[in-house]
Ligand binder design. Sequence first.
Ligand SMILES: NC(=O)c1ccc[n+]([C@@H]2O[C@H](COP(=O)([O-])OP(=O)(O)OC[C@H]3O[C@@H](n4cnc5c(N)ncnc54)[C@H](OP(=O)(O)O)[C@@H]3O)[C@@H](O)[C@H]2O)c1
Length: 274
Amino acid sequence: MSEHDLSGKTAVVTGASSGIGRAIAEHIGAAGAHVAICGRTQSAMDATKEAIEAAGGSCTTATTDVRDPAQVQALVDQAVADTGRLDVMVNNAGLSYPDPILTADPEGWRAMLETNVLGLLAGCQAAVAAMRACGATGHLVNISSVAALNPASGVYGSTKHAVNTICNTLRQELMDDPIQVVSIMPGAIATNFARNFDPAVLEGVRAMSGVGEDLEVVQGERLPDEVLTGAQAALSDVLAGPDDVADAVMYAITRPPSVHIAELVVRPNRDLQL
Ligand SMILES: NC(=O)c1ccc[n+]([C@@H]2O[C@H](COP(=O)([O-])OP(=O)(O)OC[C@H]3O[C@@H](n4cnc5c(N)ncnc54)[C@H](OP(=O)(O)O)[C@@H]3O)[C@@H](O)[C@H]2O)c1
């Protein structure tokens, strides 16, 4: 049973087929809200839905590519059609291609900008219209990064600087609405975020976990949950867990309406040197 009560509310969480989004969806579901989740991998979303329902929550899934604004709009419309309202929108779907600017494939830049920035903008716009229509005292929760605090954090960091600027601007545009805008900036979290990194990095994560010695680590593919939880347990000083970020989200969205948690940084005690 969650310490928080979100019963009667509806939340949409993008990128909930893995990592931070999955943990946020599970925490919001455990607090009693209906959770509409999206990602591109249906089987992984089914696992999130099963976990939420096993804990007594309610969840629907949609295979959605947030790079297409029409699909984001349809996701929000379906949540409203199913429940009559929208209270929380978590724009979490995101990814990183960490290559140096001078040698990177421009398709990686396009993927990061379209997912991390344009997908989030579409989510914010669709969600505010839905929240206004039902008179919700709502929250837009945008998953940024500590990369937004670093002035030289590459193209990925540029997308997260953009996320923070979008949050600050929306906060002004929503000054007269009962809708708060929360920027969450995680540090290194044990998820599939590193899936597009150098395979040597992924193999390093696998080795840290102490499990999966026979596992073939493939760039672009997910690591099994036990590898991620094992790596986090082995290196908790430099790697936080997705539940730590979900805790911060739950804190931000359960304050009294008079308190606006604008930004939270959630990081492990030490920086991870990859
Ligand atoms: N892990 C970290 O250290 C860290 C630190 C700071 C910030 N963040 C941010 O946290 C957020 C979540 O990342 P994570 O760490 O949880 O990584 P993750 O485990 O790789 O999860 C990313 C999620 O985003 C979804 N996604 C990616 N592209 C999508 C698209 N075009 N349409 C719909 N869904 C899409 C993925 O779904 P599919 O695989 O099904 O496409 C997956 O559910 C991202 O915004 C990331 O930038 C992560």
